[in-house]
Write a protein that binds this ligand. Structure first.
Ligand SMILES: C[S@@+](CC[C@H](N)C(=O)[O-])C[C@H]1O[C@@H](n2cnc3c(N)ncnc32)[C@H](O)[C@@H]1O
Length: 226
C-alpha cells in the first residue's frame, strides 16, 4: 500500500531539525560509520550507493569535508522528486569526483546498475518500511550490491517484535561480518555495519529488492520514539 500523502517523505525529514531527536542521533551514528568507511577504504576510487537516500544527509554532510571526497563517485537513489531536488542542491556544493542523484525506484536493481557493486552501500531507512520478505530479499542481494571487502550500513527500529536479531543473521548468511551494531538503550533505533566477505554475484538488472508498504511500517518514525 503506497503512502497516500504525497509530502509524507518530505515531512519525514523534519525530524532532523531537532538535534536531540532519535532521527538526528541515528544520523550521527550513520555519518560516523560512513566517515570511517571512507577513511579506511583502500587508495583509489570509492563508489557509494545509497538506496532510498531521501535528502542524502548521511552521505553528503560527510563528504563535504572528507579528505577522500575527490575519490568518491556516489549514487543516491530517491523516488520523491522534492527530496531528490534537495539532495541534488546539497550535492552541487561538494567537491567530490561525482555525485549523482537518481530519481528512480531503488526497489529494483536497475537503479543500481553502474554503481554496484559499491564500496559503501547504505540501506538506511528502508527495513522499517518494507515487508519482512523484502528485507530478507534485499540482504540476500548484498553480494551483488556490495563489493567484496566493502561496507554495508543499515538501520532498523527495535519496536517489539524486534527483528534485528533475524536481520543480523540474514546478513551473516549473505556473507557479511558484522563490524558494529549500535542499539542505544534509551532509543529504539539501531544501526548495523557489515563487511561483505562472501562470494560476489554479478549485478543484474530486473532483480526485485523491495517495495515500500505503509502497512509494513514500524509505526511512528524514529523521531517520535523515546
Ligand atoms: C525513511 S526515509 C529515509 C531517507 C534517508 N535514507 C535517511 O535516512 O535520511 C525513506 C526514503 O525512501 C524514499 N523511497 C520510498 N520508496 C522508494 C523507492 N521505491 N525507491 C527509492 N526511494 C524510495 C522515500 O521518498 C524517503 O525519502
Amino acid at each position: 500500500m503506497p503512502n497516500r500523502d504525497p509530502d509524507h517523505w518530505l515531512g519525514w525529514h523534519d525530524g532532523y531539525g531537532d538535534p536531540s531527536s532519535s532521527l538526528s542521533r541515528r544520523l550521527a551514528v550513520v555519518q560516523h560509520h560512513v566517515g570511517s568507511a571512507l577513511a579506511t577504504a583502500p587508495p583509489g576510487p570509492i563508489t557509494i550507493l545509497s538506496l532510498c537516500s531521501g535528502q542524502g544527509r548521511d552521505v553528503l554532510e560527510v563528504l563535504r569535508d572528507h579528505r577522500r571526497r575527490q575519490d568518491v563517485r556516489a549514487r543516491l537513489v530517491e523516488l520523491d522528486p522534492t527530496n531528490a531536488r534537495i539532495a541534488r542542491e546539497a550535492a552541487a556544493g561538494i567537491d567530490a569526483r561525482a555525485i549523482e542523484v537518481l530519481e528512480a525506484d531503488a526497489g529494483w536493481t536497475d537503479a543500481s546498475m553502474g554503481a554496484s557493486p559499491a564500496d559503501i552501500l547504505l540501506l538506511v531507512g528502508i527495513f522499517g518500511n518494507v515487508p519482512e520478505a523484502d528485507i530478507e530479499q534485499t540482504i540476500a542481494a548484498v553480494p551483488m550490491l556490495c563489493r567484496v571487502g566493502g561496507i554495508t550500513i543499515w538501520t532498523r527500529g527495535r519496536r517489539p517484535p524486534d527483528m534485528t536479531p533475524v536481520i543480523r543473521d540474514w546478513f551473516a548468511r549473505a556473507g557479511c561480518d558484522e563490524l558494529a551494531f549500535v542499539a542505544p538503550e534509551d532509543a529504539l533505533f539501531s544501526v548495523g555495519v557489515e563487511r561483505f566477505v562472501g562470494r560476489p554475484v554479478p549485478p543484474t538488472s530486473g532483480h526485485r529488492l523491495f517495495a515500500f508498504d505503509a502497512s509494513a511500517s514500524e509505526g511512528p518514525q524514529p523521531r517520535d520514539l523515546p
